[in-house]
Write a protein that binds this ligand. Structure first.
Ligand SMILES: C[S@@+](CC[C@H](N)C(=O)[O-])C[C@H]1O[C@@H](n2cnc3c(N)ncnc32)[C@H](O)[C@@H]1O
Length: 238
């Protein structure tokens, strides 16, 4: 029997409430858990995005507190952050993401933008949290301009030699840090479970191609602990 909507691990209301609750400590927790490495990954994403092209307009979907938006804005892009959690965006606004950043509440599965609006869409650690990932990918392709690019930074499947060590660090340490720093161990248990349930690099390539993206490639970060997948909306998309 299919689980009731509210039992789905990525139930949108549950996910939104969880991010609203961790928002004030979200950035600090990321810095502690990853020893600051997530910032290097986000800088890498910015380098892969390159210089602005087209109208220079980027969407940072599930942009949270705006780390990636800050990076893109420093690189000359005008950025719209779209996120389901008002709490995450409020934390980002308070921290003062750059002047070229706008904030819009919205759901990845029904983006509040017309077709072909953005030259670039970025998605950092968001895809894992969406209930209907196919619907979100279809929306991303819809809002991309022809020849527009999509870059997705997400946890992935690490190389075999480090897999055991990484999983044991995650299972033992992250919920404890979540309890000590954010006061929310359950949110950080969800993080570990959602990473473990997420498909590997090659499966994601297939999803992106299925959604209509071309030139789909990925780069592993830290032996595949995370990966950045990229693709392009073809000039002619049905
Ligand atoms: C792990 S955080 C990532 C934030 C930021 N991109 C980063 O890299 O630090 C995931 C974000 O996805 C947002 N999110 C989850 N489900 C969403 C949905 N269906 N639509 C839009 N945003 C969503 C959450 O509110 C949260 O801010």
């Amino acid at each position: 029997m299919a689980p009731a909507a509210e039992e789905h691990p990525q139930d949108p209301r549950r996910i939104r409430a969880m991010f609203d609750a961790v928002a004030p400590r979200y950035d600090l927790m990321n810095d502690i858990m990853s020893f600051g490495i997530h910032r290097r990954w986000k800088r890498r994403l910015r380098r892969m995005a390159g210089k602005p092209f087209g109208r220079g307009l980027a969407l940072d979907l599930a942009g949270g507190t705006g780390d990636i938006a800050d990076e893109l804005s420093d690189g000359g892009w005008a950025v719209v952050v779209c996120d389901a959690s008002e709490g995450m965006m409020a934390t980002g606004r308070d921290r003062n993401a750059g002047p070229r950043v706008r904030w819009v509440g919205g759901d990845a599965e029904r983006l509040p933008f017309p077709d072909g609006t953005f030259d670039l869409v970025t998605l950092g650690f968001g895809l894992r949290n969406f209930r209907d990932r196919d619907a979100a990918l279809a929306e991303i392709v819809r809002v991309l301009a022809p020849e527009g690019r999509f870059l997705c930074l997400e946890f992935s499947t690490p190389a075999r030699p480090i897999r055991g060590l990484y999983r044991s660090y995650s299972r033992r340490m992250i919920p404890r840090l979540g309890a000590a720093v954010a006061g929310k161990p359950e949110a950080y248990r969800y993080l570990i479970d959602s990473i473990a349930d997420f498909p590997d690099q090659r499966t994601l390539v297939g999803w992106f191609q299925q959604a209509g993206l071309t030139d789909v490639r990925y780069r592993n970060l830290m032996f595949g602990i995370a990966a950045i997948h990229g693709g392009r909306r073809p000039a002619a998309h049905p």
